[in-house]
Design a protein around this ligand. Structure first.
Ligand code: ZN
Length: 341
């Protein structure tokens, strides 16, 4: 009960890449970079295990960014000539690569870090991939001319990599779809179907992570415009409840998401965000346990998985480390409270 994990990314050590950035520059090249990525992956697996998490991941140490890490292995994308594009409905500008011809995988994308992680932990292993709708919101289209068509083209490639990750021994494959919270109607109309294409044939556990973004200023500014009740999940959760996706990861602590929206996910595992990634204040075990207790009003205990609101990539390393410990300690307290009640 209450198996813990992080949403995905963890901070990169300063010897691997620039710190506190979403698109950090690597600090090495070639074989040295490959070795540094491997070292950082092992370090975070150890940290997650030491903190007492039940499900661990690679911390996304081998990819520069959660979307572009995948795109770098896709043929048909021009990475040399990036353009500035407003992403997430123009919330902020990003330098994005361009889709210039038919998309095809160059080969495996994440074999190196997935196999490395699998070889070095006996815990359940979760691996994250960007979702199709979030990918098409993070590239400039110069070829398909139809966002749904392009999303399904990416979904097919994601599916190839996901099947290979499953063969590598990954237990849970999670697709990150922050765009679902921005284009709610599209998400319900075709975003979930594109996701279904991405998970086709998988027998491992499948998950989708939907959040309000990393704790960067553009996102916290945007959140301050969303009012007292954030009801974005209300549009897409019913479509997800009808889908074959097993788990949904969502924001909870310090958000204005009405907790009763979790009821819309009946039949699904719910990864409840009990750690805030937009604040450097480390949660107390009591705070974490209280957030779990609030979610328990709407999620059965066997379906509740304490998690972080989002990835921790842009944070300071020591704070992220302490937040992992808070996640485990708070979950332990929640178990004790439940046993005593
Ligand atoms: Zn997120």
């Amino acid at each position: 009960m209450f198996e813990t994990s992080v949403a995905g990314s963890l901070p990169k050590p300063e010897w691997l890449a620039e710190t506190n950035k979403l698109w950090p520059q690597w600090k090495a090249q070639g074989d040295a970079l490959r070795q540094a990525k491997a070292d950082a992956t092992l370090l975070w697996i150890k940290a997650q295990e030491d903190a007492g998490l039940d499900i661990v991941g690679d911390g996304e140490q081998a990819r520069q960014h959660f979307v572009h890490g995948f795109l770098e292995q896709v043929e048909g994308i021009d990475f040399e000539n990036k353009v500035t594009m407003g992403i997430r409905n123009n919330r902020y500008d990003a330098m994005v690569p361009q889709v210039v011809s038919k998309l095809r995988l160059k080969g495996r994308v994440h074999a190196f870090e997935a196999q490395l992680a699998r070889a070095h932990t006996k815990k359940k292993l979760k691996f994250t991939l960007p979702g199709p709708m979030t990918i098409i919101d993070t590239v400039a289209d110069r070829f398909y001319g139809d966002k749904v068509k392009m999303a399904f083209a990416f979904a097919e490639l994601l599916n190839q990599e996901a099947l290979a990750l499953q063969a590598d021994g990954v237990d849970i494959i999670q697709f990150d779809e922050p765009a679902f919270n921005v284009y709610m109607k599209d998400a319900a109309d075709w975003g979930v179907q594109a996701l279904e294409r991405a998970v086709q044939g998988l027998t491992c556990t499948t998950a989708v992570h939907i959040c309000y973004g990393y704790g960067i200023k553009a996102n916290t500014d945007w959140k301050s415009t969303l009012g007292n009740e954030w009801r974005q999940y209300e549009t897409v959760f019913p479509a997800l409840a009808r889908s074959s996706i097993d788990q949904v990861s969502l924001e909870c602590i310090h958000s204005h998401v009405p907790p009763d929206l979790m009821k819309l996910l009946a039949g699904k595992d719910v990864l409840v965000g009990v750690i805030d990634v937009a604040s450097d204040v480390v949660e107390t075990p009591e705070e974490v346990a209280d957030t779990i207790a609030r979610a328990l009003e709407f999620v059965p205990k066997e379906r509740l998985f304490p998690c972080t609101n989002c990835g921790l990539a842009p944070m300071a390393r020591d704070i992220a480390w302490r937040k992992l410990e808070a996640l485990a300690a708070g979950t332990q307290l929640a178990k004790e409270r439940l046993a005593a009640s």
